[in-house]
Design a protein around this ligand. Sequence first.
Ligand code: PEP
Length: 252
Amino acid sequence: MRTTIAAGNWKMNTNSRTGVELASALAGGLQTKAPTCEVIVCPPFPYLAAVVAAVRGTGIQVGAQDLYHQEDGAYTGEVSAAMLLDVGCTHALIGHSERRHVLKECHGLINLKLKAALKAGLQGIFCVGETLAERDAWQTEKVLDEQMCRGLAGITAEQMAAVVIAYEPVWAIGTGVTATTAQAEEAHRSLRGWLQSHYSSEVAEKTRILYGGSVKPGNARELVDQPNVDGALVGGASLEADSFLKIIAAVG
Ligand code: PEP
């Protein structure tokens, strides 16, 4: 049985006041009814420590939205896995579509970042997903295969225990267009098949695969009800405590 996950990606939103208010409201909302799913929030770097403090003791985990693979040194503007652990992070998003497409991150860099996160002891939420043009050209499976092969290259079956996959079709992120439950389940089933053929049945069975792309309180339950969907990675709807709490309730 895989424990489901509700993860919130705040992207480049909130400030030092509203970030802590949001985290505190989530903590307060979960106090009365503890979820059965894992809850993770991913604030911007400057607010990580304050959010960690705001959710301490509540079971809410805090993740970063990215990291750099080098341990330290002359990498102006970058943040290492050790720094994230130092401020209390447990997770990091790696390979989010905005980093792939807006920041032009390549497979090789994403692979180095995921390896660095795992080596340091962070859990990696490794994001994959196809663009609309790729889906329309029937390339979804090929694109996912390449992202999985190159992103997970050199990562052992043992290390996979600390990896969560997030399937996020690019055309559904921030657009209000959600994949149908059938589209989501089909992609998740194929990703689990990939894990089985490239690792083992055990890794495939244990790895959580989250869906991301315009998840809202109204569609979270039907998505997570699919046999291969193990939770949600939520952008916009995680910025409002009420809506994220409803999604958490649907996921957990
Ligand atoms: C995301 O940022 O990972 C995401 C899925 O965004 P949204 O829920 O806003 O589509």
